[in-house]
Write a protein that binds this ligand. Structure first.
Ligand SMILES: Cc1cc2nc3c(=O)[nH]c(=O)nc-3n(C[C@H](O)[C@H](O)[C@H](O)COP(=O)(O)OP(=O)(O)OC[C@H]3O[C@@H](n4cnc5c(N)ncnc54)[C@H](O)[C@@H]3O)c2cc1C
Length: 450
């Protein structure tokens, strides 16, 4: 039995933990958030209760395995109390990074830092009640532009048009670099918002781009069949808030009002041109302005370099020698020493930023673990401190690691709150509230035992 440290308790980290633990190894799992689950807890749409509940239960069972120790509320970051170097000083036989893609893709537009401009991940973290995003300003206005045409866009529109308690949005305008044959959302996800689709406006938009996309052999008459079946259904135009699409357009400048909030977005019109048997979008000279008061970028994320792993262009560096072995794609690479960092791996969205659903993160983590298990056969276990010793050390550094037992206390406290407030499910959205609830539950169960 060897001791392996896993950093990040999203789906990738937890499935990696399960496979390592089932192989008989001891796993210490460090996680930034108090609760495990990553985007399964704080990204997946709030009303997908069944899926979220199922994953929560499963993840809880994995964390409860006797050879797994959980350290929630323990962020690994260079220059902070818990660094990668400190983890290495504790001598794990291997270190697995499953920290997801926590960085924000900036495209360097003028005005990008205006109020009312958000990254989808942060916005989604806010409505899924992940601290500290819960306490930050994610106010929306009447005209919300969303950049991108994938499932995350569909989730955002779903929230803005259906479930947002404030329901401020009168119009959600999806801005897409490419055309109506390049949508990336699943039908199932779009079904939630189809009734808000302004079909008349969509037809006008198809008319606007008809000639342009005909140049690459695309026929707007086939859009209904390919991506917007609502166009072929009996027409019922929405009477309230509307969902509109603006194709072949890329944002180029954000203009703020005197209070610093976005009031206008300049977009550049694109054309589709043939490339490698497909098409690509190319900017034209034409621009136009849209009046919007909120802008959300749903264009995928990049990794967060503050974790302390070598990265370049938003990706953690892995062994470049990938033609030689499959495991290379998972091995952390140090470009300064030009060598693989032995026994250090990346899996899940930390390796493939914003790629795929939970099942894909799981698959990636389990593939990675296959290589790690082989590596572990050839190394001896170091003298890793016990979980209790590591907790004590983190406490001394002013951190407050949360254990799996404490997660059970937290779950009980949230259940109680749900009952008292008549809100199901209830979630604390502030770390201090969660920690206080854990302490309160602990003393309650201590009193009950006494
Ligand atoms: C808006 C949205 C909706 C989605 N909806 C669905 C859906 O409906 N169905 C589906 O199957 N998939 C969905 N997905 C995709 C799914 O969430 C991902 O495939 C999956 O969560 C990726 O897993 P991961 O573990 O690699 O990363 P993450 O889920 O991001 O987990 C990363 C973990 O690492 C921790 N961490 C981060 N930084 C540090 C650090 N420095 N130190 C310690 N810990 C750290 C975080 O706390 C987190 O627990 C959705 C994704 C998004 C963005």
């Amino acid at each position: 039995m060897k001791t392996v440290f896993v950093v990040g308790a999203g789906p990738a980290g937890i499935y990696a933990t399960q496979k390592l633990a089932r192989a008989g190894h001891s796993v210490f799992l460090f996680n930034r958030d108090i609760k495990p689950g990553g985007l399964a807890e704080y990204g997946i749409y709030p009303t997908k209760d069944k899926m979220k509940g199922g994953l929560r239960k499963l993840f809880g069972r994995i964390l409860d395995m006797p050879n797994v120790a959980y350290f929630g509320h323990s962020t690994v970051a260079s220059g902070k109390a818990l660094t990668i170097d400190l983890l290495r000083e504790w001598n794990p036989a291997a270190l697995v990074f499953a920290v997801g893609a926590q960085g924000t893709k900036k495209i360097g537009l003028p005005g990008e830092d205006s109020r009312g401009v958000y990254s989808a991940k942060d916005f989604v973290y806010n409505y899924n009640l992940l601290p500290p995003f819960t306490s930050q300003d994610f106010s929306t206005g009447k005209r919300v532009a969303v950049i991108g045409m994938g499932n995350v866009m569909a989730d955002l529109a779903h929230w803005l048009l259906v479930d947002d308690p404030n329901l401020t949005a009168e119009e959600v305008i999806v801005i897409a670099r490419r055309g109506p044959f390049d949508t990336k959302f699943d039908r199932r996800e779009f079904d939630y918002i189809e009734e808000y689709l302004d079909c008349r406006a969509l037809e006008d938009e198809l008319g606007r781009i008809k000639e342009s996309i005909a140049a690459v052999g695309q026929d707007t008459a086939k859009v209904a069949e390919a991506s917007f079946p609502a166009l072929a259904k009996p027409r019922q135009d929405p009477t309230g808030a509307r969902l509109r699409f603006r194709f072949l357009s890329s944002p180029t400048a954000i203009h703020a009002d005197k209070d610093g909030r976005i009031e206008r977005l300049t977009i550049t019109e694109n054309e589709l041109v043939p490339r490698n048997g497909g098409t690509t979008a190319r900017a034209t000279e034409k621009t136009s302005d849209l009046e919007v008061d909120t802008l959300i970028f749903a264009i995928g994320d990049i990794v967060d370099p503050t974790v302390g792993l070598p990265s370049n262009k938003g990706i953690f560096l892995t062994n470049p020698d990938q033609s030689q072995s499959e495991q290379a794609a998972y091995e952390v690479f140090d470009p300064q020493g030009a060598h693989v960092v032995k026994g250090n791996y990346v899996v899940g969205w930390a390796r493939l930023a914003s790629e795929g659903v939970v099942g894909k993160a799981r698959y990636d983590a389990e593939q990675g673990v296959d290589h790690i298990l082989k590596y572990l056969e050839g190394v001896s276990d170091g003298s890793t401190p016990s979980a209790a010793e590591i907790r004590a050390s983190l406490d001394r550094k002013g951190l407050r690691p949360v254990t799996q037992d404490e997660l059970a206390h937290l779950a009980r406290a949230e259940q109680r709150q749900a009952g008292e407030r008549g809100v199901t499910p209830f979630k604390f959205g502030i770390d201090q509230e969660m920690l206080a609830a854990i302490e309160a539950e602990k003393s309650k169960s201590g009193n009950a035992a006494a």
